[in-house]
Design a protein around this ligand. Structure first.
Ligand code: FE2
Length: 199
């Protein structure tokens, strides 16, 4: 099942990001500026394509079930994470790390860690999306990998792009219109109904 394959890779990407962030914490605590510099570069390169496809294809697809407000929060989290990565990269350019900078560096990493744990569960919703939507997400993932964008590239490009929430709203409306015109698997509809109910 394609969704299972998606989940496996999604989790592995989060695992790798977790290990890189924990490694960065160790490097900061050891005051090893070379390791910090290298670690920030590796983490930004690894997580760039991951963040890119989450914003471009995964989050908009999830808006069909979660609604645009939740997806807007996910986008805001990404923006905050990108700012933290930019600050980490600036910190890594220093010749040495003062105790204050080390403390701040650890705080920045702690802002990034919840993404790898708390957002890993989004895959459970991907399981109930129509097969063709999962295919689109997987294709988007491959495209993002080929782009080779790092988190720092994404942070720099952020101002030029439309906020993810607006993209999500647009795509959510299209998804609802598309759902009306075609058969959606029953399990996807059953899961989607409570999320769409008005309070
Ligand atoms: Fe993620």
């Amino acid at each position: 099942m394609l969704a299972n394959q998606f989940t496996e890779v999604f989790r592995e990407e989060h695992r790798q990001m977790r290990d890189m962030l924990l490694g960065l914490m160790d490097a900061i605590e050891a005051n090893d500026i070379e390791a910090v510099r290298q670690g920030v570069g590796e983490m930004a390169a690894h997580a760039g394509p991951h963040f890119h496809y989450e914003e471009q294809v995964l989050y908009p697809a999830l808006a069909e079930i979660y609604g645009a407000d939740y997806v807007e929060r996910l986008g805001a989290e990404h923006d905050a994470a990108l700012e933290a990565v930019q600050e980490l990269a600036e910190l890594a350019e220093a010749e040495e790390i003062t105790p204050e900078q080390a403390g701040y560096g650890l705080e920045l990493i702690r802002r990034l860690l919840p993404h790898v744990s708390d957002r890993d569960g989004l895959a459970v919703i991907v399981e109930v999306l129509p097969e063709e939507t999962v295919q689109e997400i997987v294709r988007g993932r491959e495209k993002s990998r080929r782009s080779g964008k790092t988190l720092l590239d994404l942070a720099r490009g952020k101002k030029k792009r439309r906020p993810v929430a607006r993209q999500a709203r647009g795509k959510a409306s299209k998804a609802v219109a598309a759902a009306k015109s075609k058969v959606v698997p029953r399990k996807a509809r059953a899961k989607a109904k409570p999320a769409r109910r008005k309070p």
